[in-house]
Design a protein around this ligand. Structure first.
Ligand code: 2NL
Length: 343
């Protein structure tokens, strides 16, 4: 009997397998429930007491050998499949479906705003989010004691031994940089993220996105501003949209105004969105204060300009009827995937 098992052991040792099928037939022959090993274990009870120990040892040796062999077959087979993908991959199978995402509503809205103004000759300018006092406040005619400079309104960051810096509170700082370095005519848009120290709610956040516009040339008038903004409102919302300007105040413009559009939800009849007034505020604007031009070394006797600023979130909320500012920054996939079809 032991002679017999020795033969089986050497058979196992010499077994060669080059395909998955070979390996499986090896497993079936030696290690399956009806295989050689199972038979030998079953035979154990028929073996005489004296021979049983030697027999058991032989069978165990065979078992170890067979298992080792099976493991090495499997390893070799996996390694060859890995290194030779062409035979492992069925190229006739259909491709994995590709999960297509959606643009963020802020991106969609920003792109549309830029497109509308680029059609009438505006180009895009960029600048830093961490600004010095001059570009964020002083050049823009903010007095030394203006409340916007307070810790409650502006985030300040300490530079290493350098002057205290602010997270920009508007993208006007970008426009100051352009005015300082460019001779008019200037016709630019400054899109970007801005920061304000506000408690987070449905209507306020500590950061939001803005697009500001600036046009400086000889003879630029308030009529130019009004007509440009009317064109924008019609393009952004609906061709029958009306605008209305209300006097306002900003340190960097004089005169200043806030612009409303006719409510495109109720068509001016009165609803929740327009608080039953028929109008909704969408932006602030005005003629660039001569002090600002002079701060940027632009001759205010020769040049005039208009500027405006709008919150991208606000425009997107009106356009898509979104009622909570927090949705924009929570990354909830159920919100974001609703914009799949919008470019
Ligand atoms: C608003 C109002 C505004 C400006 C931004 C501006 C920039 C320069 C000079 C003068 Cl460099 N003005 N920007 C003017 C008026 C209003 O923004 O409500 N933004 C969300």
């Amino acid at each position: 009997m032991s002679k017999n098992i020795r033969d089986i052991i050497s058979e196992v040792e010499q077994f060669s397998a080059s395909t998955k099928e070979d390996v499986e037939s090896f497993r079936l022959k030696y290690l399956s429930k009806k295989g050689v090993l199972a038979d030998l274990f079953a035979e154990m009870k028929n073996i005489s007491q004296e021979q049983r120990k030697a027999f058991g040892q032989m069978v165990n040796e065979l078992k170890t050998k067979a298992e080792e062999k099976l493991n090495s077959f499997t390893e070799i087979l996996e390694a060859t499949v890995d290194s030779d993908k062409s035979s492992a991959v069925d190229l006739t199978l259909p491709a994995e479906p590709y999960a297509i995402g959606a643009r963020h509503p802020i991106s969609i809205t920003r792109r549309r705003i830029l497109e509308i103004f680029s059609n009438i000759g505006f180009t895009v300018a960029d600048g830093p989010e961490i600004e010095d006092d001059w570009h964020n406040f002083s050049a823009l005619n903010f007095p030394e004691n203006h409340p916007a400079r307070d810790m409650q309104d502006t985030f300040f960051v300490k530079g290493k031994g350098k002057e205290e810096m602010a997270l920009r509170t508007h993208t006007s700082s970008v426009q100051v940089r352009v005015m300082e370095s460019t001779k008019p005519p200037i016709r630019i848009l400054a899109p970007g993220r801005v920061y304000r120290n506000e408690a987070i709610s449905a209507r306020a956040h500590c950061f939001f996105h803005q697009v500001e516009g600036l046009y400086i040339d000889e003879h630029v008038s308030f009529a130019d501003l009004k007509q440009t903004l009317l064109y924008f409102a019609k393009e952004m919302f609906a061709s029958d949209t009306k605008i209305r300007l209300r006097p306002s105040y900003f340190p960097f413009t004089e005169p200043s105004a806030e612009m409303d559009i006719s409510c495109n939800i109720c068509g001016g009849k009165g609803c929740n969105i327009c608080k039953y007034t028929g109008w909704v505020e969408i932006l602030g604007c005005g003629m660039v204060d001569p002090n600002v031009l002079e701060n940027c070394k632009i001759d205010s006797k020769k040049y005039t300009g208009y500027a405006f600023g709008m919150g991208i979130e606000r425009i997107a909320m009106l356009k898509y009827q979104i009622n909570d500012l927090r949705l924009f920054s929570e990354n909830d996939i159920r919100f974001l995937k609703q914009f799949k079809s919008v470019i």
